[in-house]
Design a protein around this ligand. Structure first.
Ligand code: DOR
Ligand code: ZN
Length: 438
């Protein structure tokens, strides 16, 4: 006899989504939420996942993941990266196009989509703004958009030529897609390898000032004003950038911004032992920048927390600080690091604090990425993409027990409060009791 669609119930948790916070159970048939309510009776034959003591939220959405396929499979693959994502509570990631070859034409989009067919998360593919990410000619944006690409970025580099960026904005506005900028003026950055400041002087390392970032933020705000294009600012690292975005939003421009967990927690003094695990671009900044980022998260200037999960092989990360590639992995730690930083010192976070916090990981990034089956709400008829997070479980980050192929986490050895217990992708469990099912 043919079996019916999988039935799954998530019982006894506290639901947190854009509609509010309430106790409740969720029942799923196939890939759809069929019932949400208090004290539901699981139908016969259903699998029950225990969510007692847990927050049940829409699956997380990462706007900024480097999956490294094609071309750098020694660092990550779609399979290993998507497993790390599922363990981190994600049901969708946007894959960055700085692969080899880069995602600047339809064939590479098709290749990444094919590789992602059996991934443990939905993979949205970002396209390059310029051919080869070389900053000289626009990529085939129309062809990429026709394949479903909604976000364009040369991430790894910013688009240096303001005239070319203006044309990209005009095209993007016409196509209804978003330009995501890695904000870095390379002339001002001047081959810096860490934040320019007291620590770069002490350590004798070349520094990159905040001005390398905020000048490009300012330029692109002007271009958003000129063209009406939607511009998204990636991994903002300094106070001056956050303030520029705050002003642009007050003016009503269609700009959005993300920050990473590492920029909201770590500072440039960590570079003092020359350990390349703390090398990242944009670099870790100072305490005032960290404070400004947290303020921006609290007052709504920042729309999303994104990982910039950037795996690099152990061999490359063992090079001297000057030569090692920048980047940190983050998919498995992002939610806990952020929850610990922003909420766990609140004895009982209020409903609105919980709602605002999870919006940074779910509904807001889903909207920016244009992923319509993601971000919630947890209501009857929605696609069942769900994260179950235990805010009280303590665990210690071990670089060797990461699902990623790479080990470059700056949080190794840290004790974190809050852990993903279960994750459900389109009605199918991907993680149960903090273990990935495939
Ligand atoms: O630290 C970073 N690593 N920043 C980027 O912009 C690119 C990324 C990578 O691809 O490794
Ligand atoms: Zn970047």
């Amino acid at each position: 006899m043919a079996e019916g669609p999988l039935k799954l119930c998530v019982m006894g948790g506290t639901l947190v989504d854009s509609t509010g916070v309430r106790r409740g159970d969720v029942c799923i048939t196939g890939d759809v939420i069929v019932e949400v309510g208090a004290d539901l009776e699981p139908p016969a034959g259903s699998t029950v996942l225990d969510a007692s003591g847990c927050l049940v939220t829409p699956g997380l959405v990462d706007l900024h993941t480097h999956l490294r396929q094609p071309g750098a499979e020694e660092a990550e693959t779609v399979e290993t990266g998507s497993r790390a994502a599922a363990l981190g509570g994600y049901t969708a990631v946007v894959a960055m196009p700085n692969t080899d070859p880069p995602v600047d034409n339809g064939a590479v989009v098709a290749e990444v989509l094919e590789l992602s067919k059996n991934a443990l998360v939905e993979v949205g593919v970002a396209g390059a703004i310029t051919v080869g990410r070389a900053g000289e000619r626009l990529s085939l944006m129309r062809e990429l958009a026709a394949l479903g690409v909604k976000l364009f970025t040369d991430d790894g580099n910013g688009v240096q030529d303001g005239g070319l960026m203006r044309r990209a904005c005009e095209y993007a506005a016409g196509l209804g897609v978003t330009l995501a900028q890695h904000c870095e003026d390379e002339r001002i950055a001047g081959y810096g390898v860490m934040n320019e400041g007291v620590w770069s002087s002490k350590l004798g390392l070349r520094g990159t000032p905040a001005a390398a970032e905020d000048t490009m933020v300012a330029r692109d705000i002007s271009l958003a004003r000129l063209t009406g294009a939607k511009v998204h600012f990636m991994h903002l690292s300094c106070a001056s950038s956050v303030e520029l975005v705050r002003l642009a939003k007050a003016e009503g421009l269609s700009v959005t911004a993300e920050v990473t967990p590492h920029h909201m927690v770590l500072t440039d003094d960590l570079v003092r032992d020359y350990d390349p695990v703390f090398k990242v671009n944009p670099p870790l900044r100072g305490v005032d920048d960290v404070a400004a980022i947290r303020r921006g998260l609290r007052d709504g200037t920042i729309d999303a927390i994104a990982t910039d999960h950037a795996p690099h092989s152990p061999e490359s990360k063992q090079l001297p600080f000057d030569d090692a590639p920048p980047g940190m992995i983050g998919l498995q730690t992002a939610l806990a690091v952020s929850y610990d930083t922003l909420l766990s010192n609140e004895n009982h976070p209020s409903f609105s604090q919980l709602q605002e916090f999870f919006a940074l990981f779910t509904s807001r990034p889903a909207r920016i990425a244009g992923l319509s089956a993601q971000g919630g709400p947890l209501s009857k008829g929605s696609i069942a993409n769900i994260c179950v997070f235990d805010p009280d479980e303590r665990w210690t980050v071990e670089s060797d027990s990461q699902a990623s192929r790479s080990r470059n986490t700056p949080f190794a050895g840290r004790s974190l409060k809050g852990r993903v217990r279960h994750c459900i992708l389109r009605g199918e469990p991907t993680v149960v009791d903090a273990v990935a099912l495939r």
